[in-house]
Design a protein around this ligand. Structure first.
Ligand code: G3P
Length: 218
């Protein structure tokens, strides 16, 4: 399971890269608005930072032609650009057209197994089911994800599943157990994954004992 970071903030991307676990970035207009920078400046900074890993950038047009034109412009920004297209009737038409042009796509705002099945049929590179937002409406995001994984395995669909809208570390654990291809995680949740209270307590004890035993390696 690859780890992407769900952010447009360059400091967060740099930090995850330094930890050695960054395999891609996903953004959306909300995340770009949180950078406080002009959108293009923020995007170019990200593309410079990771020129060799997929970076999802979302269109804002909602009609077929507008989405295709925006996607073509965004794709010019870097070879690693993946175009995020919302799952709508116009969106799926655009994904089909962009796939035919060799432009990579990430079908976003996916909330049901049938939407995911359609995304696979039209040749999307990635599909992004939004787990947390399904939980928000008192349904079970992970059970939707489980059905998507099952359908993709049953029908040999090659579109890669990006588990998105991740809210806490247990989402990460369960997505990993379900066998998704990729999970895109907010920076705060990645930080939580790297911390365990028993590790902290254990380390404190080892250091105290090292002092008692006069261990000094260098
Ligand atoms: O990539 C976008 C998706 O992860 C949205 O997350 O937290 O806004 O539901 P959230």
């Amino acid at each position: 399971m690859k780890i992407f970071v769900d952010t447009a903030k360059i400091e967060e991307i740099k930090q995850v890269k330094e930890w050695g676990i960054l395999e891609g970035v996903t953004t959306n207009p909300t995340l770009l608005s949180q950078t406080g920078k002009p959108w293009k400046e923020a995007v170019l900074e990200i593309l410079r930072e990771i020129p060799d890993k997929p970076v999802s950038l979302e269109v804002i047009a909602t009609d077929f032609e507008g989405m295709v034109r925006e996607a073509q412009e965004l794709a010019k920004l870097g070879e690693n650009v993946v175009i995020k297209i919302p799952f709508t009737p116009e969106g799926i038409k655009a994904v089909k057209a962009l796939t035919a042009e060799g432009i990579k796509t990430n079908v976003t705002l996916v909330f049901s197994p049938l939407q995911a099945l359609v995304a696979g049929k039209i040749g999307a590179t990635y599909v992004s089911p939004f787990i947390g937002r399904i939980d928000d409406i008192s349904y079970d995001g992970l059970s939707v994800l489980e059905e998507i994984v099952h359908l993709y395995e049953t029908y040999g669909i090659e579109t890669e599943i990006i588990a998105a809208s991740i809210r806490h570390v247990d989402h990460v654990r369960k997505c990993a157990l379900l066998g998704v291809d990729i999970i895109t995680i907010p920076f705060t949740v990645i930080k939580q994954m790297l911390y365990h209270p028993l590790t902290e307590i254990g380390l404190k004890r080892f250091l105290e004992d090292a002092k008692k035993a006069n261990i000094s390696i260098l």
